[in-house]
Write a protein of this length. Structure first.
Length: 221
């Protein structure tokens, strides 16, 4: 509000003509109107006493009264400026400064809040990125572990299958050997009874081979 102090001289320039006008009105109010009886009395006194005050004396009094009125008005304006206008301007300047300080503090707080918000958003985005990386890594680890488990299970299943096949083949061969041995003995006994003589080792081998050959042909026609 410092611009108000610059208007003081403008107010003074406007107030001076007003003071002069008031002084003129006071001087006009101070003049006594002429009445006929006063005029007559004056005439009688004039015949008796002699002299009356002229118009120059009234004009000088009016000028003095106007001057003192103007001086009084100027002094009043000066006192008003010192006692009222200056404190008012000082109060308005103080209030304006306080308002500007409050606005500056609010702007600083707003800028600080925006900075803190941006930092918080950046930290939050960084945390989200870290979480995404952790989840992606966990997913990759899970996929890798899944693949390893599947591969291990497949290997174990294949090994179990191979062992089972080997066990089955070994049991089959053992059963066949036992069966063929028993069949060889039965055939040898039956042949001996039919032929009436005992079979030699060569006869046993030949009969066993024939039996095995026939059994193999029946299994694989």
């Amino acid at each position: 509000m410092r611009w108000l102090s610059n208007r003081w001289w403008l107010i003074l320039a406007v107030a001076l003509p007003i003071g002069i006008n008031l002084a003129g009105q006071v001087s006009a109010f101070g003049e006594e109107p002429e009445h006929p009886e006063h005029a007559a009395a004056g005439g009688e006194h004039g015949h008796g006493d002699g002299e009356q005050p002229g118009p120059m004396t009234a004009t000088a009094k009016d000028a003095d009264l106007a001057l003192w009125t103007l001086i009084t008005f100027v002094v009043f304006l000066f006192v008003l400026k010192k006692l009222a206008w200056t404190p008012l301007i000082a109060g308005l300047d103080k209030r304006e400064s306080s308002m500007f300080d409050n606005l500056a503090a609010a702007e600083s707080a707003r800028a600080k809040a925006e900075k803190m918000l941006a930092e918080h958003a950046a930290k939050l985005e960084k945390v989200h990125e870290e979480v995404r990386e952790i989840l992606a890594e966990a997913k990759r680890d899970a996929e890798h572990l899944k693949a390893e488990i599947i591969a291990t299970a497949q290997k174990e299943a294949e090994a179990t299958r191979v062992r089972s096949v080997h066990d089955i083949e070994r049991a089959r061969d053992q059963a066949l050997d036992e069966l063929f041995g028993h069949m060889g003995r039965v055939v040898a006994d039956a042949t001996e009874q039919v032929l009436g003589r005992a079979l030699t080792g060569a006869d046993n081998e030949r009969l066993i081979e024939e039996a095995l050959s026939g059994f193999a042909q029946r299994r694989h026609p």
